[in-house]
Each structure stands twice: as structure tokens, then as C-alpha cells.
Design a protein around this ligand. Sequence first.
Ligand SMILES: Nc1nc2c(c(=O)[nH]1)N[C@H]1C(S)=C(S)[C@@H](COP(=O)(O)OP(=O)(O)OC[C@H]3O[C@@H](n4cnc5c(=O)[nH]c(N)nc54)[C@H](O)[C@@H]3O)O[C@H]1N2
Ligand SMILES: Nc1nc2c(c(=O)[nH]1)N[C@H]1C(S)=C(S)[C@@H](COP(=O)(O)OP(=O)(O)OC[C@H]3O[C@@H](n4cnc5c(=O)[nH]c(N)nc54)[C@H](O)[C@@H]3O)O[C@H]1N2
Ligand code: SF4
Ligand SMILES: [Mo]
Length: 692
Amino acid sequence: MNAPAEFARAVCPHDCPDTCAMRVTVENGRAIKVSGDPEHPPTQGVLCTKVTRYAERVHHPKRLTQPMKRVGRKGEGRFEPINWDEANRIAAERLGEIAQRAPEAILPYSYAGTMGLVQGDSIAQRFFHKLGASRLDRAICAAAGAAGLRYTFGSSLGMLTEYFAESEVILIWGANPIASNLHFWTRAQEAKRNGAKLIAIDPYRSLTAEKCHQHIALKPGTDGALALGMMHVLITEDRLDHDYIAAHTHGFDALKARALTYTPARVAGICGIEEHVVVDLAHLYASTRKAAIRMNYGLQRVRGGGNAVRAIACLPALTGAWRERAGGVLLSSSGWAPVDTNALQRPDLIPGWPQHQPRIINMNQIGDALTHAGDAAFGPKVEAIVVYNSNPVAVAPESAKVAAGFAREDLFTIVLEQFQTDTADYADLLLPATTQLEHLDVHKSYGHTHVMANLPAIAPVGEARPNTEIFRSIARAMGLTEPALFESDEDVAAHAFDWSDSALGGADWAALKREGWLKLNIPEAPFANGGFRTPTGKCEFHSEALAKDGLDPLPDYLPPHESADGAPELAARYPLAMISPPARNFLNSTFVNVESLRATEGEPHVDLHPADAARREITDGDEVRVFNDRGSMRARARVTDRVRKGLVVGLSIWWKKLAPDGRNANEVTSQALTDLGGSATFYDCLVEVERA
Ligand SMILES: Nc1nc2c(c(=O)[nH]1)N[C@H]1C(S)=C(S)[C@@H](COP(=O)(O)OP(=O)(O)OC[C@H]3O[C@@H](n4cnc5c(=O)[nH]c(N)nc54)[C@H](O)[C@@H]3O)O[C@H]1N2
Ligand SMILES: Nc1nc2c(c(=O)[nH]1)N[C@H]1C(S)=C(S)[C@@H](COP(=O)(O)OP(=O)(O)OC[C@H]3O[C@@H](n4cnc5c(=O)[nH]c(N)nc54)[C@H](O)[C@@H]3O)O[C@H]1N2
Ligand code: SF4
Ligand SMILES: [Mo]
């Protein structure tokens, strides 16, 4: 291979557990190629198909390259270019006026368009804190699982990914790594080649489930019951590690009493699987020393999601699987990195902090929030929303309400974007943001244990600016003088971690920048000798903290909000459970506008079981309408036994305007929240389907 003209090091910024290291080949100021860094151990030289095309996205002809202001109706997407001074003046005037009168009427809305700690929530948060704006509960994805882990382990901690390669059995639980965690799948295949048994627990025969030895297709939202049923077997047959339980867990007797109510027969009924499946799974799990569980977020997007994660997280402490580095459980590793959130986000800038605490709006209820007139309980009506790193009109639940909110003529909307998304169409001011190749950032990962530095490889495309610079310039135009608002990206990055933490081994920002990445110092078998970060220092089967919060201190099964168990009347009208997990070639709604990737996904589909299709006289390839009381969408039916009976799967997340009917799966999803953490319940959704 010829030596590249020049290559720069970058980090994949997307919301994906793999956080790959990238090499960027630059020619004449343009990125011409992006590839996986072969020297970075988690990346192993491989990027997913989506990001291999990153250069195509960076230099896409439809990149936003100039600030623009709206000239058409809200949502119409008609804009005219303006210069940055004009953009900053408009933003400063409107936000400044609202901030003086009713600061909480300003709402920032952001998620993980970039996972970078600098372009994510540093200067942006400081800016909104300084104004005293409403705060956003960023709970659209992982909050239920994070809460489940926090109450059980004390933080988002788990097995180290590399050691899954040595596991003898791997439960791939609510996860579809071939699509969404590719580098974990590589490890699982290594284990498979060494003789490991892979078991997928997923209502859908996903790309991953079809490659596992066994697929347990339970009803969505019933995972907590399955885990409790496994515990029942472990306890009644005494397949427990009593020493581990005595030394490193808290509340075993209480958990035992709870688990004994979940007989395999009862669990089989709840989950819609056979009784022996529960028993066999427990036997296999308990009789394997190196038994590993890879949970992922798919299982916690239902009412009982937090409890389900908590129940599953208890399993390795019962059997002592934590004693092996290839045993235990992983949902997220993000808690290992010593991020200094206070230094990044500076909550102390909030006027009157900490006595005054601006209201918090849950991002999953943005539809309700934007359509609320304001009252004593809610506080002031939202008058301005500033969206960055997110595309709520496509990704937030109950989309009709979200769109109605954004369509309000009296709402002042700023959108910072790389592309003219569904949300951008509603902007009053649309501001062009840089991509990862054009700005500086620093990253942790939720799927491995390296921290990483991203240095700009090319100059900003057009007049695009980093999020940080956009907020700095609006702050300047408002006449704000707080020095924290004007820190450079370098300085912010340098304070992103608590460098004195032993996990960083004495390194600093300069070292991280020079090396590109650093592996955190974490024991190979992190909980072999306990060391949980809970108040008791143990794995908390029973949690005083939950009891104090007025919640069930023990893990339990909670039926989905929308299910025959949870809402029989609703289930009579809408008998099908719909889930809308990610399509392989999209990343949430990112990449839907990259033609080559959209072409691979084709068009919006829904997968239906043959029996459900027959009853509705639907045949493969028919155009169908999926609907409930919240809304409807059209899609092409695929009649397939990949789905269990009673389930509908619509792989997502389509840009609404690139779908034939201008709608996507979030027309039917609900704003209801999970048991713990206030997460979204995208996969807790009853619908009916008919031929269109
Ligand atoms: N290609 C691609 N990769 C991605 C993303 C993407 O959009 N595309 N998104 C990224 C983001 S933000 C996230 S959060 C992750 C998401 O990726 P994952 O964490 O893997 O979660 P999901 O893909 O939502 O769901 C995984 C599997 O869980 C199944 N599932 C649904 N409901 C249930 C249930 O109740 N119980 C069980 N056991 N399984 C259930 C789904 O059918 C799916 O196959 O992936 C990241 N990576
Ligand atoms: N029906 C259904 N809905 C879902 C899900 C599902 O499985 N089914 N999954 C949910 C989950 S898990 C998640 S995490 C959310 C994800 O929802 P979002 O976090 O909104 O993710 P994306 O749709 O990828 O939108 C991110 C946007 O950020 C922009 N962006 C990227 N980098 C930058 C930057 O540096 N600056 C600025 N200003 N913009 C940038 C991208 O262009 C993109 O449009 O969606 C949720 N919605
Ligand atoms: S999306 Fe995930 S797998 Fe793909 S390059 Fe980025 S971090 Fe790696
Ligand atoms: Mo997510």
C-alpha cells in the first residue's frame, strides 16, 4: 500500500458503544478516506459500513455551510442565508429578552449526535446555566438501564469487553451487536470459535439472533420476569456461590423471597416461552464458570426496563461469575472514566445555585412540553428551544405532538446542525455545525475502557462552526462576560477528566493528545473481590436508596404500560406490540440522508408474523398502515417468522421527509416513561396494522 499523503487521527463521534479510532486521509484540505485504526485495540482496524462513508457525509453536497434564517412557514424548510453577525444578533436579542423576563422559558434540547465531551455538553451547558434556563433530562436512551446499574453496582460499570472472547457462554440480551456494537460481536465470534455457546434473548430474530446457537424469543418487556425465573431455579436447586453472596452482596434473603414467587411455570406464561427454556437457561448459566451477559439498551425501552436491568445485573453475583474475568455482565462501561462533569458543565453558574434549581424537562416528553400553555405546576410556557446534537422531530416519541410543538408560531427555535433534518425544517435560525473531522474533542466510551482525543483533520467546511464556538459567539453578542463561557476547546478538553484519578495512571491531556488514546487502569475481573460502588460497597440486591426514593427496593417484573397484562382494554383494540429498533445502515436518524446507505435499507418496512398477516389479509410486499390512537405511518409489509406472533418490527429511524408518507415509527410511540430513570418507552407500544 502506498503511504497516504497525510493522515490525521480522529475518533468516531457517534452514539455507539464502540467509539472507534479513525485514520483520516486528507488531500488538498479534503478528507478523502476514513478508516479504522489498526493500532487501537478495540477498533482493530475496522469501522462499520456507515462510518467508512464518513468522508462522504463530511463533504456531502447538502452539508449546511452558512447560517440561515427562516423565510417560509414553520416546518416548510425554506431559509435564506445570512452572515454570522446577523445570526448572532438575532439569537442574542431573542434569548436575551426572554432570559430577562422568564429564563426557564428557554429550553436547550440535545442528545448524542456527537458523544464528544467538548462538543456535547460543555460550553453549551455553561451558557444555558448562566442564563438560568430550564434543564433537560437527557433520558431518551439509556436512563433506565443506567439507574438499574446505579442502584445495583453504584455506577455504569461492568465486564471489560475484551474478555468476552474467553467466555464459555454469552447471553446476548436485548442487544443486536451486528448492527449496533460490531466490535463486541467480533469478540463474541472469537469466543464462538473457541467453543462458546451464544444465546440471543430478543423478541425478534435480529441479524445477531440468527447467528447465535439459541434464540429465546420472549415477549417484549418481560425480561425482568425471565431473570427472576432464572433466580428461582438457581435458588431452589442451590446452584449458588454462597461465599460470594456472603462477602459481596447485600439483601440476599429478601431477593430470595421475591425470586421464589417467580416459578418457571409463571415466568413461561409471562414471557410467552416454554417452561423448560427458563430452566435450561438457568442450568447452563449456573454450570458454566465463564458465563457472560452482554445486555444492551433494547431491553430497557419498556415500562419495567430499569427493574429488568437490575434483575439481570444480580445474576453474576448469585453464581459468582464475577470471579472470572470472562464472567459477569456488561451493559455500559461509561462509569469507569473519571469525567469531571462539574468542570465541563459548571452548574455553579446557575444564578442562585444551589438554592435555586431551574425546572427539569424530560426530553421524552418534549411533545407535551412544547404544547403546554404554562401554569403554576409546569412553570412558564416554553418560548425558545435551542436544539443541538439531536433531531427530535424524527427521534422523539409521539411525533405528531412534537411536530405540533415545533410548529408553534410563537416558539423561537434555533437548530445547530450539519444537515437540514426534519427538526431543522422548523428552525427560525439554522446554524451550520462542524463535523468530527473539523473540530477538537475528547471521548470516553460506553463499550470499552479507553479515553480518546479527536484532533481536527481539516478546516471547517464552508462557514460551519463547532457547537462550542457557536455558543461562545452568541454569548459574546449578548454581552455576557463570564470567563467560563469563553474557554477554548483545548482548555475545556484539558479539564474533561479528573486527571488525579488512579484510572488515568498519572496521564494528562497533553499525553492523551500525543498518544491518541489511553487505556484506563481497571482490574481485569473488576468485581472478583467485590468493590462495588454502592453505599454498602456490595452488589445491592436490596437497595435502601430505592426504598428512600419510595420505590421497590428489590428487582421485580413490571408488565409493559401497553400489553394485555398492563392495559387489557387497550390490547383489545390494538393487539400487536410494536418495536422499532435501529436499522443497521442508519445510526438513529443520522446517515438516513446518505444516499448509498439509504439505498441499502430501501424503504420503511414492517415485519409481521405470517399468522398475524393472514388474519389481516396482508401479503408480503403489501403497503400497510400501522396505527394507534396517537397516529399512523405507512410501510411495506414483510411477512416473516423473524417476528414472534403478536409482534411488529419497524426498523428505524427514518427521516420523516425521506419516507413516502412523511412519517416514521415515532408517530405511534408514546411519551410514557420507565420505572426507573425516566427513560423513553419506545418498545412499549401497541398498534394495529391494516392494508393501506
Ligand atoms: N447501526 C446502528 N448502530 C447503532 C444505532 C443505530 O441506530 N444503528 N444506535 C446506537 C444507539 S443510540 C444505541 S442506544 C444502541 C442501540 O442498540 P442496542 O443497545 O443493541 O439496542 P436496540 O438496537 O434498541 O435493541 C437491541 C435488540 O433488542 C431487541 N428488543 C426490543 N425489545 C426488547 C425487549 O423487551 N427485550 C429484549 N430482550 N430485547 C428487546 C430488539 O429487537 C433488538 O434486536 O446502538 C447504537 N448503535
Ligand atoms: N422509534 C424509535 N425512536 C428512537 C429510538 C428507537 O430505537 N426507536 N432510539 C432512541 C435512541 S436510543 C436514541 S439515542 C435517540 C437518538 O436521537 P438523536 O440523539 O437525536 O440522534 P440522531 O437522530 O442521530 O441525531 C443526531 C443529530 O446530531 C447531528 N450532529 C452530529 N454531530 C453534531 C455536532 O457536532 N454538532 C451539531 N450541532 N449537530 C451534530 C447529526 O447531524 C444528527 O442530525 O433516538 C431515540 N429514538
Ligand atoms: S458507529 Fe460505532 S462501529 Fe461504526 S465506526 Fe463509529 S464507533 Fe465504530
Ligand atoms: Mo441510544
